[in-house]
Design a protein around this ligand. Structure first.
Ligand code: HEC
Length: 200
């Protein structure tokens, strides 16, 4: 009677050299080499790790604090550049906001950001009346209104909007303020404040 086990492992000829010499209940193991991609990745990470360590330990690689400080320098520079761009009133860019669409956007910006203090149609409340010929800070031109909106006068309660809304939104709000010059309020308009500057 044959004792041959039908389920005995079949080992291919070219794998015979790979069989390990242990056998657990008929389970045998082949010792295949690791795939080359795996070895390459492993060696790669070790080499990278050594170089990385050397770079940061001895070759003057920046610490996190130093990198942070450098990034902040860059950010502050970019911010300063942006701020100086925001400060420049460009008549041509502004004039694209004096259109119907631009003024509709301006009315929106005004309602969202300015109405709490300057009231509906700019008749004034906490902030001055923006529709009469009297100005505290402005000389009544779009350029000066823009500059006041941008920089504000925080000591007297006018916020600096350049830090809050975009340049386009400031143009739009300025165009809106210019469009309500001479608006006839039905009631409750704030009394004139500041210097009279006749409208051109
Ligand atoms: C928190 C209240 C407040 C808000 C919000 C506010 N303002 Fe003012 N605004 C003031 C005050 C107060 C003044 C007067 C400042 C002064 O006396 O120097 C002023 C002044 C001005 C002036 C100059 C008026 C003048 O007589 O020369 C303009 C223009 C102006 N605001 C536009 C705006 C616009 C546009 C917005 C919205 C983007 C806005 N303000 C939002 C309070 C506000």
């Amino acid at each position: 009677m044959s004792t041959e086990n039908k389920s005995e492992n079949i080992i291919l000829d070219d794998e015979k050299a790979l069989v390990l010499d242990h056998d657990y209940d008929g389970i045998q193991e082949l010792d295949h080499p690791l795939p080359s991609w795996w070895i390459a990745t492993f060696v790669g990470t070790v080499v990278f790790g050594v170089l990385y360590g050397m770079y940061y330990l001895w070759a003057g690689g920046l610490t996190l604090e130093e990198e942070y400080a450098q990034d902040m320098l860059k950010i502050n520079k970019a911010k300063a550049e942006l701020a100086s761009k925001v400060d420049v009133f460009d008549q041509k860019a502004y004039s694209t906001w004096t259109t119907k669409v631009g003024l509709a956007k301006g009315a929106e910006v005004f309602e969202e950001n300015c109405m709490t203090c300057h009231e509906e149609n700019g008749k004034g409340d906490i902030g001055p009346n923006l529709t009469d010929e009297y100005w505290l800070l402005s000389d009544g031109t779009a350029e000066s209104v823009y500059s006041i909106v941008n920089k504000g006068n925080e000591d007297n309660g006018m916020p600096a909007w350049g830090e809050v809304i975009s340049k386009d939104e400031m143009y739009a709000a300025t165009a809106y303020v210019m469009s309500i010059q001479g608006f006839e309020h039905k009631s409750g308009a704030k009394e004139p404040q500041g210097k009279k500057i006749p409208r051109k």
